[in-house]
Design a binder for this molecule. Structure first.
Ligand code: OAD
Length: 251
């Protein structure tokens, strides 16, 4: 299932980047971004709720949607793919993990130094002071009020039309400008600027490895396409990569 040529490529990679999307958390029971709307929320498209305009016109609706997603995430556990990604950190001289996921499951699986490209749903931020704060436990407002200034809180995530946090964008660009290989896992590769990162790395000569259940706009440019679920492919890749390298004299 894992091509030997891929393992050879990885062995010569000093700096690898892993870019993940919501497919990476699908096997944890967290629906992918575009499949997320069920039950009460099926009448809305995520693109309609995850915007500053939606929050301005109906903050309660948007806050309640995020609360429902927070509940799903709190009940979820990292899957075998998350754990394999955390273990890969030990096998490259340098590994940079960039995630579009807001669920915090990579950190819970043991990944360190995660670049959260789209923020983290478990944090809240004051809409006026822009600082990260937690609502008072007794505040069940929708949205709750900032404990410092009383302004409404919002989830600390990036909405459509908003900028990527400066530090995350610059760290991700720097990694993409220096890596030898980039894994692109469980993302539809549609949402900018994240979607451009593998193309930038590829243009510099980095090897692109895509892991996805389906073809994406990146597939035709990828050097290796591993089709299937990340929870199945990543442990197999970790296992193959962990084996000692064969030397020509070995039989
Ligand atoms: P999408 O829902 O667009 O894409 C999920 C991808 O995961 C698809 O390409 C699926 O084929 C693939 N997939 C599903 N299950 C999988 C599995 N078990 N293993 C491997 N692949 C699987 O989600 P994202 O690409 O993450 O941004 O979406 C990117 C961004 O779009 C999100 O972060 C969100 C949204 O706009 C913001 O909220 C700003």
């Amino acid at each position: 299932m894992i091509p030997g040529t891929l393992i050879d490529t990885l062995r010569t990679s000093a700096h690898a980047v892993i870019l993940t999307g919501s497919g990476t958390s699908a096997e944890s029971g967290v629906p992918t971004f575009r499949d997320a709307q069920t039950g009460l929320w099926s009448q809305y498209r995520p693109e309609e709720l995850a915007t500053p305009e939606a929050f301005e016109s109906d903050p309660g609706l948007v806050w309640d949607w995020y609360q429902s997603r927070r509940k799903v995430i709190a009940a979820a556990e990292p899957n075998a793919g998350h754990y394999a990604i955390a273990a890969l950190e030990q096998l490259f001289p340098k590994l940079t993990l960039i995630t579009q996921n807001v669920d915090g499951l990579h950190q819970r699986a043991g990944s360190r130094n995660v670049i959260e490209f789209h923020g983290n749903i478990n944090r809240s931020r004051c809409t006026v002071e822009r600082v990260i704060v937690e609502p008072r436990p007794e505040d069940d407002g929708s949205p709750p009020a900032c404990p410092n200034c009383g302004a409404p809180l919002r989830p600390d995530v990036v909405w459509f039309g908003e900028d990527i946090p400066h530090e995350a964008l610059s760290a991700a660009n720097s990694a993409v400008n220096h890596c030898d290989a980039i894994f692109v896992i469980g993302t539809s590769a549609l949402v900018q600027p994240a979607a451009d990162l593998p193309f930038k790395a590829c243009a510099r000569g980095a090897k692109v490895i895509e892991i996805n259940t389906d073809a994406t706009p990146l597939s035709a440019s990828a050097h290796f396409v591993l089709q299937g679920t990340s929870g199945r492919i990543l442990p197999a890749l970790l296992e193959a990569f962990s084996q000692p390298a064969q030397t020509p004299g070995d039989s």
